[in-house]
Design a protein around this ligand. Sequence first.
Ligand SMILES: [Zn+2]
Length: 259
Amino acid sequence: MQAAPRLAELTTAELAALLAGGAPCVALVPVGSVEPHGPHLPLGTDTLIGEAAAERAGRRLWERGVAALLAPPVGYGVTDFAAGFAGAISIPAPALTAFLRAVAEAYLSAGLAHVCFINNHLEPEHDRAVRAAVSDLPPGRGSVACPLARRWARTLSAEFRSGACHAGRYETSLVLAAAPALVRRDIALALPDLEVSLSAGIKAGVKRFSDLGMDAAYTGAPREASEDEGRALLDLLAAMIVAEVEEGLSRAAGPDSAT
Ligand SMILES: [Zn+2]
């Protein structure tokens, strides 16, 4: 299987050759956050999950005739829920939307066919800000691959679906698969389970981890995480990205060309 190239590692001549190559070129842009993820996961968890999923999706897209490029990630987001914990580096939603829109427009005017923002930071205002960045692009030119969308959420693990989706078994498994050296395993194994549904809290109007009793910035069951489960979850996240990209490309090509 061919690995997707990292765009920032290409030369201008190599990129020009890909753009002239006949296959549609697509930028996969992970969008994450600098956000506390319990005492056992790194602040860049959401970004590195997106990068690992993009790598897998990129391979599959090349197999399917799409020239996918792993674009440099955007590692900052709207991170208000974690306010009060060290490392919650939040930027205003309008700034994120404007920046991402500019990035997307730049790729499109450079000749790429489609830009997919891969978002694994699941704070609602952040998700809205990312989606707003592609909403005004021409049809099929931009997409957001995010597990918050119901069609993708239901493909994921039981803990994720319960809404306990922050630094618990779900994300800890993903980081074990994506960047195992960055998981503080001894700490993860010693953490007590916490049955707090973030999604239920959000529906009830809560705006801070601390107001939900998430006193260590995690929920769920980190001690149950495994690398195998993480690999399976990365495959599901990759399938989500491939579907969003292929649907976008066929929308951009117009209704007559949909297969
Ligand atoms: Zn996260």
